[in-house]
Design a protein around this ligand. Sequence first.
Ligand code: UDP
Ligand code: MG
Length: 320
Amino acid sequence: MKEILYIVIPCYNEEEVLPISAPLFLEELNLLISEDLVSDKSRILFINDGSRDKTWDIIEELSRKDEHYEGICLSRNRGHQNALVAGLTEACDKCDITISIDCDGQDDIKVMKDMVLEYNNGCQIVYGVRNKRDTDSVFKRATARIYYKLLRVMGAEVVYDHADYRLVSAEVLEAFSDFKEVNLFLRGLFPLVGFKSTSVYYDRHERLSGKSHYPLTRMLSLAFEGITSLSTTPLKFITGFGIIIALFSFIMIVYTFIDYFMGNTIRGWASTNTIILFLSGVQLISLGIIGEYIGKIYLETKHRPRYIISKKTYEEDEDL
Ligand code: UDP
Ligand code: MG
C-alpha cells in the first residue's frame, strides 16, 4: 500500500495564477502516482484564505473537474501561516505525508519527487531550500541573510533560505498539534518538533502571474513575529542594557558629586538634560519590547481558534 500524499496549498486572491499553476500541480501528482511513489488516493488541497476575488469559485470548479483536487474555505483572511495550519490539520488524519507549497509556482514543483524519495529513506521532515535567490531583489536577499543570522543569534533554530515549502509526515503533524500557540512562525516551529529531517535544494522562480502579498510592511511584521514568537532573547537584552545604563549612571553620579564639591554646579545643565532624554528613550524602547510580549501572553490566554472553516468541496465521512 503506497503512502497517501496531500499537497497543501494556501491561496489568497490568486485568481490570476491558480488556473495556470493548478494543472501543473496535478500533472506532478499524476506523475508521482504513475511512478508508484504515492497512492492514487493522494490529493491537492487548496485553502482559500478569505480571498476577495474568484479564487474559491476556481477551487470549486477544479474539484468538480478532477477528484484529486479538494478545497477548504476559511471564513475570513487569517494570513498565510494560519491558512497553512488549517490545511495541514485538515489533511493530517487522511494522509501519510503532506507537502506544503505556495500556489504561485515560485517553488520548483519538480523537487516534490526528491522530497518523497527522502521520506522513503526515513526522513519525517524534508525542507525545501532555495539554492540561489537570483529572482529576489538585492535588498530582499541582504535583509533575509541578516534576518536568518539574527534568528540564530536569538537562539531560534531555522533552516537557512527555507520558506514554507516542505514535506511533513502525518506523524510529525500529530506531534505538532500539541503546539497550541496562536502566534505562528512555522519554519521555526517544525525544527522544534524534532524527528529525522533533511533538505532538498531548488532554484526559486518568478511568480507565474499575479502579485506578491508580502510587501515590505508585511514582511517586517512576519520577521518580527518570528523573533518574538520563538525567542525571549530580546527580554534578556533589556536586562543587559539595564546593567550597562546603571553602570553609566553610577559613573555620572560620582562625576556630579565631584563637580558639586568643586563648586561648578551651574555647569552641566545640558548634560543632565541629555541624560534624562537618553534614559527616557531607553525606557520607552524597553517598555515597548516588554509590551510586545505581554501582548502575546494576552492573546495566548484567550485560546482563540486559529481559523474557522466555513465550506468544503466534499462531504465528511461519518464512519471515519
Ligand atoms: N497567502 C495566504 N494568505 C495571505 C497571504 C498569502 O494564504 O494572507 C498565500 C498566497 O496565496 C501564496 C503564499 O501564501 O500561495 C505566499 O504568498 P506570496 O507568494 O504572495 O508571498 P511571496 O512568495 O512573495 O513571499
Ligand atoms: Mg510567492
